[in-house]
Write a protein that binds this ligand. Structure first.
Ligand code: PLZ
Length: 434
């Protein structure tokens, strides 16, 4: 029995079936863009723990900052006895998120908790209750964020009843909406909102600038600016969920920058702290300060070790220009993916931005389906992921139809490791499309 098999036996006996793992190999350590399992096999990491370890595994500044902070103190609770790290992370968030207006921030533990708090803040600040979200959206697994998330299986199935006052609007999804322009897709969504919800009842429009779990859906140009302008015109807030897209992933500090959209509130997590649990809500100072003292908080939110890791992570991103690294990754990955798409008819679309790229797999030769556009091909997607895993390349799937294979390498990956990963990917795709 291998060490992983032995761990898997223990895990099966001890861990709830409701928590599953994509791999059955157990990890021992990581370095840069690779992780090594307990049997000594090295994996090339094209998943970054779902877009978290953008600065790479065992990033030197993060290790040092965490070790130093652990020895000083691990917890006082910021609501009880404050400390500099929390303030420093808020300063960095206020500086780096889109827009030059006065901003303030609050820190939490997870992405879902940040989204919940953004909704609390938006409702309190506007005195309204309706939250507009989109088809294919993913915002978390807590009760409120399950209501915001679109997909039933596995996230919501029999976990209701869900929180109310959430309205879902159609997304801009060029492959599956007949190629509507951004303006036309926004008009379609906002017309529904005006008729079914009423503009004056909307507290916030909440959207991922590029959808993550929902399938790396990149809205048509103009969609996000039109939603943001509508929100401003109607006294609603525009909330960008940049939890997956943020912190250099798409080639800018935040994905909204690509279309010069300045959100009222931004949620962040994942890439912010090099793998330690930390999340934030950042926004217009007047909105963030609308909340009464003690209205926001939590025992661990902005934990000092996580804040030290975030300060070191952000310093590393600045020092290594990781937004430029993400653009470089796009310049290597995108042409290679497009070449593969030209060769293999099961690739229906290549899309994404920076180091957040994906291929959507379809049934070749058919152009229409109930999903709009070509029929999704989840079986080939699962087979492709399995082939990659068998060859030591860690890749993730996503999508409402489970038919999107996404690439999220650490932004510090070197060209040689990237090429090795791409070669595995190309071979795996060839073997499943034949
Ligand atoms: N908003 C845009 O991508 C987390 C979830 C994986 P948490 N995405 C990975 C899974 O199956 O649970 C995510 C996201 C966006 C919110 C979240 C939620 O962040 O830190 O997982 O709570």
């Amino acid at each position: 029995m291998t060490a992983s098999e032995e761990l898997h036996r223990r895990r099966t006996a001890a861990v709830s079936r409701g928590v599953s793992s994509m791999l059955s190999s157990y990890m021992s350590h990581g370095n840069g863009a690779t992780v090594t399992d307990v049997d000594g096999q090295e994996w090339i990491d094209f998943g970054s723990g779902i877009a978290v370890t953008s600065v790479g595994h065992a990033s030197p500044r993060v290790i040092e900052a965490v070790q130093t902070q652990v020895e000083l103190f691990t917890h006082t609770c910021f609501m009880v006895a404050p400390y500099e790290g929390y303030v420093a992370v808020c300063e960095a968030l206020n500086e780096l998120t889109p827009g030059h207006h006065e901003k303030k921030s609050a820190l939490f533990n997870s992405g879902a908790e940040a989204v919940e708090n953004a909704v609390k803040i938006a409702r309190h600040a506007t005195g309204r209750s309706a939250i507009v979200v989109f088809d294919h959206a993913y915002h978390g697994r807590t009760n409120l964020t399950m209501a915001l998330t679109a997909k039933n299986m596995p996230y919501k199935h029999r976990f209701g009843p869900f929180a109310g006052e959430i309205s879902r609007a159609p997304m801009s999804y060029p492959l599956r909406d007949g190629g509507l322009t951004g303006a036309a897709a926004a008009a379609r969504a906002l017309d529904l909102v005006e008729k079914q919800v009423g503009a004056e009842n909307v507290a916030a429009v909440l959207i991922e600038p590029i959808q993550g779990e929902g399938g790396f859906v990149v809205p048509a140009p103009g969609f996000l600016p039109a939603l943001s302008a509508w929100a401003t015109a109607h006294g609603a807030l525009f909330i960008a969920d940049e939890i997956q897209t943020g912190f250099c992933r798409t080639g800018d500090w935040f994905a909204c920058e690509h279309e010069a959209v300045v959100p009222d509130l931004v949620t962040t997590a994942k890439g912010i702290a090099g793998g330690l649990p930390l999340a934030g809500v950042t926004g217009r100072a007047d909105v963030m300060d609308a909340i009464h003292p003690s209205g926001l908080g939590g025992t661990y939110g902005g934990n000092p070790v996580a804040c030290a890791a975030a300060v070191a992570t952000i310093a590393t991103m600045r020092q290594l220009h990781l937004f430029a690294a993400a653009r470089h990754l796009e310049s290597v990955l995108l042409p290679r993916l497009e070449e593969l798409a030209a060769k293999h008819a099961i690739v229906g679309e290549v899309r994404g931005r920076g180091a957040m790229l994906a291929i959507e797999l379809v049934e070749p030769g058919v152009t229409t389906s109930a999903a709009g556009g070509p029929p999704p091909n989840p079986a080939a997607t699962q087979a492709l992921a399995r082939e990659c895993h068998a060859a030591g390349l860690l890749v993730l799937t996503c999508g409402t139809y489970g038919n999107v294979l996404r690439l999220l390498p650490p932004l510090v990956i070197d060209d040689e490791t990237l090429q090795r990963g791409l070669d595995i990917f190309a071979d795996a795709l060839a073997s499943v499309s034949n």
